[in-house]
Design a protein around this ligand. Structure first.
Ligand SMILES: *Cc1c(COP(=O)(O)O)cnc(C)c1O
Length: 383
């Protein structure tokens, strides 16, 4: 049975992006490939094997559930790091399976010591420190407690990392705040060092910081959005490209999203199209119905705004985006017929719709639109 749309993942694009990143970051810094939220909508199952083939052997996810899924996909040599949510019940599983995880409060740490004792394996922990983001991360008082717990239970812990997350390295507006976080991080690492606790990896940079602040790369970078071919912000891209002679974007978009025309019909001048009155045909129209709606990840805010590619032309989405369908204006394309390809994201002949142009219409970030592509939509790896 054919699905209403297909998401294609370009192997060549993933490989090219990872090669570019490896070249930028250098061999001495570990790249952890961030594949949370189903690899930013690309599909963990499609993305991870390609990344591994390109040399990635460390992956980051948000939750223990994602880690469990990744465990079934990754090859045995690859490591997993959980950066966020874990239930107390998941700790034992993580320790048993040698999954690395962030610890952001000292109460959790005591439980971890207990579990590690039970399993007879050390817990592979990354201590997340508060440096100014004010989200997760331990404050000073908790860090003191943490050092105590680790030193008293030395054999139950392997200190994989000391880390923090920067509050917006993608914008120069946050420069002072980010610089403060970086200095604070270094002070805290020294403080740990004085107590005999030196981590295997110090890491603070996501995509934006890894590109904009090379000194923030330290021992490991946690790269998400760049691998999928998008810059974290236009500022980050402009900063990078301004130093390059050729002015060519080194990244390629990985995702294409395609469907087909379900049916076509004529609408007389003066009629409204689809629900309500938001689209009035001001001339005789020919419309194409496409079986993709907001339940498939095509945002309702693209009503009367979005663009799709049909027969090598860019055409407008008219009327409301419905739950399962959208309507495109094909009045100027007399040759289109049911079954013709429709591109929501990607290229057709010499035209392209990127998520960026798509999200500018709807004021959504690439991140949000991509991660809203449902897990149920089939992914297909193409060249
Ligand atoms: C999502 C996430 C990243 C990756 O961010 P990108 O901007 O996509 O590179 C890195 N670190 C943490 C803690 C994250 O949650």
């Amino acid at each position: 049975m054919a699905d209403t749309s297909v998401i294609e993942i370009s192997e060549v694009a993933v490989t090219g992006n990872i090669r570019f990143l490896q070249g930028q970051i250098g061999e001495n810094v570990l790249i952890s490939s961030v594949v949370k939220s189903n690899a930013y909508g690309h599909g963990m199952k499609s993305f991870v094997p390609i990344a591994e083939h390109a040399g990635i052997d460390h992956f980051s996810v948000f939750s223990a559930c994602e880690a469990r899924r990744l465990m079934e996909i990754k090859s045995p040599g690859s490591r997993i790091m959980i950066m966020g949510w874990m239930d107390d019940d998941d700790i034992e599983w993580a320790v048993e399976n040698e999954v690395e995880f962030f610890v952001f409060d000292s109460i959790r740490l005591e439980k971890v010591a207990c579990m590690a004792e039970n399993t007879g394996k050390p817990a592979l922990i990354h201590i997340e420190m508060e440096t100014g983001m004010n989200r997760t991360g331990m404050i000073n008082k908790e860090l003191k407690k943490t050092v105590e717990v680790i030193l008293n239970n030395r054999s139950f812990f392997e200190l994989k990392g000391l880390c923090t997350h920067l509050a917006g390295a993608e914008s120069i507006a946050n420069h002072v705040r980010v610089q403060k976080q970086i200095s604070r991080f270094h002070r805290l690492c020294k403080w740990f060092g004085k107590r005999g606790l030196v981590p295997e990896y110090r890491h603070i940079a996501s995509s934006a910081a890894a590109m904009t602040y090379p000194a923030a790369r330290l021992d490991m970078v946690r790269i998400g959005i760049l691998q999928y071919g998008y810059w974290p912000s236009s500022e980050t891209f402009i900063q990078f490209i301004s130093k390059k002679k050729d002015k060519i974007d080194p990244l390629s978009r990985v995702i294409s999203w395609k469907s087909r025309i379900m049916t076509l019909k004529k609408v007389k001048r003066g009629e409204f199209v689809s629900y309500g009155t938001i689209y009035l045909a001001q001339e005789d129209k020919r419309i194409a119905v496409i079986p993709v709606g907001y339940s498939h990840g095509y945002s309702r805010s693209l009503s009367n705004q979005g663009r799709v590619l049909i027969n090598g032309h860019r055409v407008g989405v008219i009327g409301l985006v419905n739950m399962n369908m959208l309507i495109a204006d094909v009045t100027k394309l007399p040759d289109v017929k049911a079954g013709d390809e429709v591109v929501m994201i990607g290229s057709q002949e010499d035209l392209t719709i990127s998520v960026a142009s798509f999200s500018e219409f709807s004021n959504q970030l690439n991140y949000e639109l991509l991660t809203r592509l449902p897990e149920g939509t089939p992914r297909k790896v193409v060249n």
